[in-house]
Design a protein around this ligand. Structure first.
Ligand code: ZN
Ligand code: ZN
Length: 358
């Protein structure tokens, strides 16, 4: 359907953030349906996950949000309308299921885009909810060059958490490049990214030691941990890991929580030639820094690296684990109007929140 025939004279439901800071509020809003440019696609969203980053933006410690106030970056939907310059094809047509994640577009020409590291490090990439309106709305614009078509063999509500939390976990494990069957420490194992990291690590053949608060112990073990450290009780985390691993320590440690103490403890658990992968983002300031003795890295051949979400290719790979039933995200489905009520529970409840859009 050419876009001049499409009825844009309607409003859509959205949820906008206001009063950024400790007393942030999500408020229902009614906005215009966005008009796609000639090479854009209009997507009708059906579901979106809520991620810890959305709450970080609402609290104001992760920088500014988009002026629309519409956050969200774990969107699943269907193609509604193609821009005027686009021609329908089997891989580009109305009704196809697509995903809308944290990265919404890249330039495809800067030195980072051109390098092997690729699009996620693009110098001018746009982020959902930061530079453009996010997925807490019914309709959204996606540039055709950044469209991500997804399998329709899986329930959309369990695909949603993979668009950010799941791919972040999966990519971090890939980044660690540890030998299968080796030990992996996952710090923050009870959180949104961490609990999925446990499932991915097990599915990818690793033996997992989870670390998080005692009240998440049973949940962590349920996700597939072989051992679990109650960080609010255990005083000697490295000693615990040493006992469990027969003195070898872990081949990789993923820190999925933004906590400097967790980083420090994880570094002490990494064995020879192992890798510490930084995922969770501590706040700014020296109190959030980690102390590193260069000699430890030199003598033990330890690497410290960071991992940031994943490319569209990583999302496709991560989704395949869900399609095959090897990773089963536990979700709690809520309505758009319930977002404000549940927002404060992100990272606390033992499930990923997924909004079913009206
Ligand atoms: Zn670029
Ligand atoms: Zn996220």
């Amino acid at each position: 359907m050419p876009d001049e025939e499409y009825d844009f004279n309607r409003f859509q439901d959205a949820m906008s953030i206001s009063n950024v800071g400790p007393n942030y509020e999500f408020t229902p809003s009614s906005t215009d349906i966005p008009r796609p440019g000639p090479t854009d696609v209009l997507v009708r969203l059906t579901h979106t996950g809520i991620c810890g980053t959305d709450i970080g933006l609402a609290l104001g410690y992760l920088g500014n949000h988009d002026e629309s106030g519409i956050l969200g970056h774990e969107g699943i939907g269907k193609i509604e309308l193609l821009g005027s310059a686009l021609t329908p094809s089997p891989t580009l047509r109305k009704g196809l299921r697509v995903g809308v994640g944290w990265i919404r577009d890249t330039c495809r020409s800067c030195d980072h885009c051109m390098s092997g590291q690729g699009e996620i490090y693009c110098r001018t990439k746009t982020f959902s909810g930061v530079h453009v309106p996010g997925t807490l709305q019914q309709y959204i614009i996606v540039p055709v060059n950044y469209l991500l078509v997804l399998s329709e063999d899986v329930e959309p509500e369990i695909q949603a958490p993979i668009m950010c939390a799941g791919v972040t976990a999966y990519k971090a494990i890939k980044t660690a490049a540890a030998v299968p069957r080796s030990w992996m420490l996952i710090s923050g194992a009870g959180g949104g990214v961490g609990s999925l990291a446990v499932q991915y690590a097990v599915a990818m053949g690793y033996r997992v030691i989870g670390a998080d608060v005692a009240e998440k112990h049973a949940w962590g073990m349920e996700q597939g941990c072989e051992a679990y450290i109650d960080v609010d009780v255990e005083e000697d985390v490295a000693g615990f890991v040493k006992r469990v691993t027969d003195g070898k320590m872990v081949a990789a440690a993923l820190v999925c929580i933004g906590n400097a103490r967790a980083y420090q403890a994880a570094l002490e658990c990494v064995g020879s030639f192992g890798t510490l992968v930084c995922v969770g983002i501590p706040g700014p300031g020296p109190q959030n820094a980690m102390a590193v003795l260069p000699l430890q890295l030199i003598q033990e051949g330890i690497k410290i690296t960071g991992s940031l979400v994943g490319s569209r290719g990583d999302i496709v790979e991560a989704m395949e684990f869900v399609r095959r039933g090897e990773v089963k995200p536990k979700v709690q489905v809520i309505t758009l109007n319930e977002v404000g009520y549940y927002a404060g529970q992100v990272g606390k409840i033992e499930a990923k929140l997924v909004v079913r859009l009206p």
